[in-house]
Ligand binder design. Sequence first.
Ligand code: SF4
Ligand code: SF4
Length: 376
Amino acid sequence: MEKRKLGSTGFSISLLGLGGFHLVELPEKEALRIVNLYLDQGGNYLETAESYGSGNSEEKIGKVAKVRRNDFILATKSAQRSKEGITRALEGSLRRLNTSEVDIFFIHGLNRFEELDEISSSQGALEGVEKAKKEGKIRFVAFSNHVTPEVALNALSLYPFDILMIPLNYFDRFNFPGWEEEVLPRAREKRMGILAMKALADGFLWESEREAIRYTLSLGVDSLVMGANTEEYLRRDIEVVENFVPFTPEEMKKVREEAPELGSYVCRQCDKCLPCPLGIDIPGVFLLEGQYDRQMQDGIIRDPAQYALRDRLRFWLGNQDYAQKAYQELNPKASVCNECGECEPRCPYKIPIIYKLNLAHEKLTDTRPPGYCRIS
Ligand code: SF4
Ligand code: SF4
């Protein structure tokens, strides 16, 4: 399997990394078989977290580490934000992983500005990480962020992280454009290691797996981390990665424009519908809708299975409050639209702008508890 330099760490990392989240779904024997198969096929990056099955994933990877620790780069994560908490978490991880040192230790899910303050304060997690580095318990420090490119950008200036992990796929490209447009180039400038996750957008792109993996790898990441809970999935991912040929810029553009999952509901943020005579920031509203529910819920049931999938995934990232707060600052609101119709013919993707604005406004001002199914 192709190996790439992981930023400035000196590691040579396989293009496909194995994420440990799905190992918790498997009996131990099967989980170990999957991990060993991945390593035997040339993969060399195993990543887990203390939170995956409350240590269950780490315990399984620890069994493999006991036998062949030198065959892979080992990474784990903790969502603790204090020095004391992260120190305790790391001790637990090292014990379960059967090792005295992890190669990469992540501050997990660093998604909010307040968390940047917490980890960098006196007695914050970064002090714990520094101490652990000096003690030889971790080699490189990383963070992951799932939903807020603007927070990730700030994290890059806060601390000299060696590696970052972010979601990169052609669907969330339009919900969180900052990943591709700002964070990726900034991380490259800093010569950080770049790990991609969520190439299939939490499963939403499952019918286009080859294109989705190819798209993410074409962004020039060092490795794409994917989970697998069957041999079949793992072998398929390996096969796609081993036959990887980057998309040309024209092909990338075509995927962004024509991917079937994007259809005529996902706003491509092209601004062609503007200006609105009433000053409504149409793409801005749709961007916040994307952050609210990833533009999953269009309210139309064409295919029950597809609808069920979208309904299950729409609040996956738990970002509703963040998007609603940002919408409070956006003026004028989508609700002032007088349905003049000027914008719709300008949209190359035939997005029903008036209908979608109405829906987005309802979502972004909905005060009912998250998860409430509001569209019948
Ligand atoms: S239909 Fe609504 S959003 Fe579109 S241009 Fe007219 S007022 Fe603006
Ligand atoms: S023209 Fe269509 S895709 Fe482009 S920003 Fe406007 S609504 Fe979005």
